[in-house]
Write a protein that binds this ligand. Structure first.
Ligand code: SF4
Length: 173
């Protein structure tokens, strides 16, 4: 197991009274820089650098960043959610490291589908069941990481599969 121990600290937005979210930093006792290019390949980072080693993921309105000795998450609700997200990332780090022989490591981001590509996969009925006023808005919210394909109730199985493949492989800007 590459990563065994971390220490979580919650950072409140004291300079923003009334802020609805907090940030957290998990300091890691083990250096995980070696897994970063594998993690970028396996989970589809929205940004990845070799020097210093760092990969950032954008999902459901949160930014999760992994660096050599820390994991940071912003836009979280509370300490319980911070703990769950960091524990998930620790599992991903260890599973990715265990499976590294089957993963091609890289620091670049793969080419991302455009909003038009996503829209073509959506039913375009503007039924609003996802909570968005139109399929176009839903596609944009997908690119922001604020929605997931599962939230469109009208997708065919094939289109859902394609969208989920995109979603697990990319974090759109
Ligand atoms: S649920 Fe799907 S089909 Fe309906 S508006 Fe949302 S994205 Fe479009």
């Amino acid at each position: 197991m590459l990563l065994q121990t971390f220490h979580l600290t919650i950072v409140n937005n004291h300079c923003m009274p009334g802020a609805q979210s907090v940030n957290c930093i998990a300091n890691l006792e083990q250096d995980v820089s070696c897994v970063i290019p594998y993690l970028n390949s396996a989970l589809g980072g929205s940004q990845c650098t070799q020097e210093p080693p760092s990969v950032t993921f954008k999902t459901e309105g949160k930014l999760i960043s992994v660096q050599a000795n820390c994991i940071t998450v912003n836009g979280i609700k509370d300490e319980k959610q911070a703990q769950l997200i960091v524990e998930w990332m620790v599992r991903e780090i260890n599973e990715t490291w265990d499976n590294r022989a089957a993963i091609t490591p890289h620091y670049q981001q793969p080419e991302r589908p455009s909003i038009a590509d996503l829209l073509r996969l959506l039913p375009q009925t503007n039924c609003r069941e996802c909570g968005e006023p139109t399929c176009m808005v839903f596609a944009v919210r997908l690119t922001e990481g604020a929605k997931t394909p599962a939230q469109c109730t009208q997708l065919t199985d094939d289109d859902r599969y394609t969208l989920e493949t995109y979603h697990s492989s990319f974090s759109w800007d």
